[in-house]
Design a protein around this ligand. Structure first.
Ligand SMILES: Nc1ncnc2c1ncn2[C@@H]1O[C@H](COP(=O)(O)OP(=O)(O)O)[C@@H](O)[C@H]1O
Ligand SMILES: [Mg+2]
Length: 603
């Protein structure tokens, strides 16, 4: 799945999306609803001020006493009461507003977190090919930013809608109370003013999709600048990085501004329509006052309500287009949820792994893209506890071949078997538990050396740990560090040299103690001296193991029980070092003459 190509087709399926997000809202439903309920009075209180204007104008300004049933209240009481009323009202509304934002923030953060956690727990199980196809930037954007936009927004926007809606309702109620005739005109004008919102949602979706890709690219540039900082500096690529970054920023600007071009006129248009309404109301209202059909107080209430109404209406307008963005993000989020990795456990597999005879490749064909064949009809058997060296031309398919055993990729046809059981019959977890992999460049996690080694076997005893450290020749390294085993490695384990990093990785593999060991150019990146010691560590790792080793050093290759030569995706020769050397015009002999012979480690 290429994240870049996402169309987020479900973005307008509001019902479906709400149904999907509902399980995440459900655990916090009580608080969500409470928040929404509190939002109602917060909104309704909007009308109080304009409502209070009527008695204030008619009694206090008009100096008329108030007659309630049989009591007469002097107008001055109302005048004195007003300031207290205003402060009390502000206090009340303040408390409600606080409660409301606390509840909505709390719930929306909780909801966002559970969506993110769920997404992340899917991300870590994605196929290797998923990581091949998608850059870090778009993954971060889709797995972190989208759920933020989507689930935080949803509660927040619903709250805003409720507050604005009830704000509008209360103001409209005051208007109707003041003069239903005028209110009628006002409401119709407003309804018309809203229509444009519906016209722009497609544009919002396409802009949001495009912008996700662009922001993903920007993040990738960021990550590459970080990870590739040495290359950037060494090749003076700073300008290039700046250009790439600027390009992304510019592109994002253009896309977003194209939306503003479309959306930006909405608000002025709504305003214009509203001003027609206000103009008419003023004209008509004056007429009603002159003909004594309305008191000046009612009119003041009405006009204030109408003016105040602009705010919640504008907020509603903005929220309605904002909520489109949220639904588009939600669409993208649930698209991720629906992507299931292709490489998964078969139903009801509980076959335990026992390697008695060995690993067998039978007529294996493989292609990364279903176009270019990378491995062509591979038949190969690795006997238990045998060490098989794999050599061949660069790009010939050696790494691909070994990557198929832990099922980083699934083959197109044929089968790979442990004894007589297809590896697809095993649980992925079991399969990978049985294999220790050492790559050319091994990733060390942020954490201590101890933690990095223990990743191979989290419940290892101290004895196992020290054995692994000794066997990987890490002891001298650890002794030389002031914090020893507790030395914290940087984000990329930068404080260690290549050979030292490699030995940490080998210690991790040794402590894992799995029956199958795969070494993919584990020493290729090292200088002769580090290579010699890493080689010793590797020798300890592969004792009594079934081993596949891709190597370019003669000693490693010679020590292997057998050697297979893979050129351009095909097995061309297989046998012992001596057997293969004796082949006249043999491929191995050729490689040996050209490469291995002169490539020996001198210790
Ligand atoms: N992740 C991948 N996606 C697509 N093609 C790949 C991938 N990895 C390797 N290839 C291609 O597969 C072929 C074999 O690569 P590889 O197995 O890495 O060769 P080797 O390890 O023998 O140098 C090459 O043509 C390479 O370009
Ligand atoms: Mg390779």
């Amino acid at each position: 799945m290429k994240l870049k190509d996402s169309q987020a087709v479900t973005s307008f399926n509001y019902g479906w999306l709400l149904k999907r997000i509902f399980p995440y809202i459900k655990p916090f439903m009580g608080k969500v609803i409470l928040g929404f309920i509190i939002a109602i009075p917060v909104g309704l209180l909007d009308g109080v001020v304009s409502f209070a204007l009527k008695p204030y104008m008619d009694y206090v300004i008009g100096k008329t006493d108030i007659v309630l049933w049989n009591y007469t209240i002097p107008y001055s009481y109302l005048a004195y009461a007003m300031p207290f009323f205003i402060i009390g009202f502000a206090l009340f509304q303040g408390v409600l507003r606080y409660l409301n934002s606390y509840l909505t923030d709390w719930t929306s953060l909780k909801i966002t977190n559970s969506v993110k956690q769920d997404l992340f727990s899917r991300l870590v199980y994605m196929d290797t090919s998923f990581y091949d196809q998608n850059s870090s930037g778009i993954v971060i954007n889709r797995y972190l930013t989208d759920p933020d936009t989507a689930s935080r927004g949803i509660v927040d926007q619903i709250k805003t809608i409720i507050v604005s809606f009830f704000g509008a309702i209360s103001l409209i109620a005051v208007m109707i109370y003041s003069s239903w005739k005028l209110a009628f005109v006002g409401v119709i004008v407003l309804a018309v003013a809203f229509l444009p919102v519906l016209l722009i949602r497609k544009k919002i979706k396409s802009v949001s999709n495009q912008n996700t890709v662009i922001v993903g690219d920007i993040t990738t540039t960021m990550n590459e600048t970080y990870s590739g900082n040495k290359v950037v500096t060494a090749y003076n690529l700073q300008e290039r990085q700046i250009e790439k970054f600027d390009e992304g920023i510019k592109e994002s600007f253009n896309v977003l501004i194209s939306l503003t071009k479309r959306v930006g006129w909405m608000s002025p248009i709504m305003y214009l329509i509203a001003s027609f309404g206000i103009a008419f109301v003023l004209y008509y209202g004056t007429k009603l006052i002159y003909t004594n059909q309305m008191t000046p107080g009612s009119f003041a209430s009405f006009v204030t309500s109408l003016l105040l109404l602009y705010k919640p209406i504008k907020t509603l307008g903005n929220t309605l287009s904002g909520i489109q963005t949220i639904f588009v993000a939600l669409g993208r989020v649930f698209e991720l949820f629906d992507y299931v990795p292709k490489i998964i456990d078969k139903n009801n597999t509980d076959k335990s792994i026992e390697l008695t005879y060995g690993i067998k490749f039978e007529n294996v064909n493989f292609s990364y893209d279903n176009e270019k064949t990378v491995l062509n009809n591979i038949n190969l058997e690795i006997k238990k506890n045998e060490t098989l060296a794999i050599v061949g031309n660069s790009g010939g398919g050696k790494s691909t071949l070994v990557n198929l055993i832990p099922r980083f990729y699934d083959i197109n046809s044929g089968s790979i078997k442990f004894d007589n059981t297809d590896i697809k019959e095993f649980k992925l977890k079991d399969l990978r538990n049985n294999i220790a992999f050492v790559f050319q460049d091994n990733f060390l996690f942020t954490g201590t050396i101890r933690e990095n080694i223990m990743l191979g076997k989290p419940n290892a005893t101290d004895e196992e740990l020290y054995n692994a450290i000794r066997a990987s020749h890490l002891d001298e390294v650890i002794y030389s560090l002031p914090n020893g085993l507790e030395t914290v490695l940087g984000e990329r384990g930068l404080t260690l040299s290549g050979g030292q990093r490699q030995r940490v990785a080998i210690a991790r593999a040794i402590i894992k103690n799995s029956p199958i060991v795969i070494l993919d150019e584990a020493t290729s990146a090292l200088d002769n001296e580090s290579e010699a010691i890493v080689q010793k560590a590797l020798d300890n790792l592969i004792q009594n193991k079934t081993v596949l080793v891709i190597a370019h050093r003669l000693s490693t290759i010679k020590n292997a029980d057998r050697i297979v030569v893979i050129n351009d995706g095909q097995i061309v020769e297989i046998g012992t070092h001596d057997e293969l050397l004796s082949l006249e015009n043999g491929q191995y002999k050729h490689l040996y003459e050209m490469q291995f012979k002169n490539n020996e480690v001198t210790v």
